[in-house]
Ligand binder design. Sequence first.
Ligand SMILES: O=C(O)CCC(=O)C(=O)O
Ligand SMILES: [Fe+2]
Length: 701
Amino acid sequence: MSVHDSLAFVAELPPSTAATKHPNLDVIKGHVVECRRCISSLAHAVTTTTTTTTTTTTTTTTTTDSNDSSAKPSPSPCGVLSLEPDPDVAEGYAYTLQLQPQFGSLYAAGTEACPKIATVYLPPAYPELAPALRFRSIMRHANVLQNTFVADNLIDYWLRHGCAECEVPALTDVFDFEHASSSNALLGVIALAFVMLHAPAPEPPHPLVDAPVADLLHLWTTHRDQCACPLSACMPCLPSEMRALLAEDNNHSRGHSNDHDHDHDENCSHHHHHHHDSSDGCPPLHLPQRAQELILVFRRNLAALPQYMYEAMAELQYDRDRTAQVWRQQTQQPNLYRPSAPLHLLPQGALNTLPPTDPHHDQADAGHPTPAAKRSSSSSSSSSSSSTAQLTAPQQQTPQQTQQQPQAQSPQLSSLSPSVYVESTMWQQGALARDVLQEWLDPSLFDALCSNDRPAALRALATCKDSEHLGCVFSLPFLRADACDRLDREVHAYEQSSLPKMRPNSMNNYGLVLDDIGLEPLFDLFAAQVAQPLASVLLPETAHGNLPLDNHHAFVVQYRPEQDRHLDMHVDDSDVTINVNLCDAFQGSELQFCGALHRPNHRKHTLTYKHVKGRAVIHPGSVRHGADAITDGYRSNLILWCRASRYRVTPQWRQLHMRHAEEGAPDTICLSRTHDRDFHVHADDDGGEEHHDGSETPAEA
Ligand SMILES: O=C(O)CCC(=O)C(=O)O
Ligand SMILES: [Fe+2]
């Protein structure tokens, strides 16, 4: 089945589905079978099975085959579509779509069939949530559009245009998004996801391509000069420059008001590309020649934008994989790197009952060199050409082979040995997870995680730093000192390589995204096995809803007096943040905490924290914080932003993000130069600190 064909699917809904209903919840199960003209059939199928419980549905099915019961689906299903209530979330508030491997996966955008079943978390149909917004949140949580900004109007365009080549109708023709039941809307959105992911090139043009000149100018002149979004990239000159250009012209040609031009433009929309040409009776828009030229360039850039975004998305993933692969061959610390594999959560207490990785392993756990220490202590170099070949070798090994090898290979293990890239099944057995965690974690934390009464042990280990105000910033021993050094060394080594460096966010010029250099699996493990239990024991439910921390962003930040010195006040794009100090030979650079996002105490100071090597601070991402300027030495910290994708689609999460009136004047220390419009009203002085672009934290905007 070609990718093109895979666009088409139809849901065969068992008649029984209408029976099991919650008033807010439509349970749909069906087989996805290969078929063209599918979306409309799907729309019809869903509409007819859900209308019984949906009083608000006014969906008008414009499809012609709505009564055509003879349209038999193909006998060979290519996947299973199952929209079910998420058991972990309040009834009706999340859905899961599962597709069988051969159907491909929303996770595997632009690639061939994904080897595992995809699960996509779908938000509820908030009536007030615009379809574009809803769609974007789905795509974000499906990891499809991460790191890619997609303008709402572009999504609206896709909603309205469908995909002619794929015989996918405009989804707004099929679904009444504004009034549809949740299932209707969600399925429409899923359909749209498929259109987007599989639509053959060329991509639909940016909807602004055909926008009236007056609209383009309005957008342009009201845009922020320093915005780093793709729309800015399309503008051939800064908004302020365009404003100046137009103001200059206004002095010459008064009498052509903008309003008048706008009306005129709407009526003559077919002439957008030729404003200076008034052959059909539309009077010309009076613009300086230079502005007209720039508008044309703007249109051309806009037309290229969707294609550019798709390519950027695919390239991003490709580059990331490639960089990680190259770096893994060069690094002197390969024991940092582990294979990518699905993680199976270990139940509480499981860590201490698991067998060691190596059955012949004669070292006890505590007080002995860890497996990694042993491996690296006997390092000798091997040629990089052989390591290249070896890199892929472990994947062909069976678990038995892997288990039989360590005894024989142990003495010759080099830093480039493939044996460190342990067969992925080892992760699933949990044995490797145990070894890895032991290599990294402070023994007290490791023991607490292994404890039979894990919650009590973790609680005893953590110190609440802000009990008076919030009770949600804790500190605890986290990494072993040698693990801090190992990671810091690795970041330095990588810094010296010529490989591409992704900075953690727009507020940092130094530091490094660790997920990009091959450490993603390691931090998957951290998120699941360490952050998760800590968060559920220490942090209020409002941080993450006690839902799986299934997504993360792992990076290192670095401060030196002559480099990045401080970090402006901000909230993290995380539900739970773990911030571990790797090097504490510094002066200043204290971490300041204020209240949680949109809460009355948002800009009230709550806590000053001084980092200690190996210790972590754990806090909800929504708590405002920032780092004071460093005055001497060097500080580096590992930051793990953990996200619970399923929490972010709940009403509880939305509730948390509702704005509350502030309590009195803000504390100066809590002011954010980049996020507070009233910064200069309250700030004592300008401080002389450099400006940062705060695009890290759009939630504050
Ligand atoms: O410097 C620190 O300890 C905090 C860093 C931080 O908050 C961030 O990178 O989001
Ligand atoms: Fe932060």
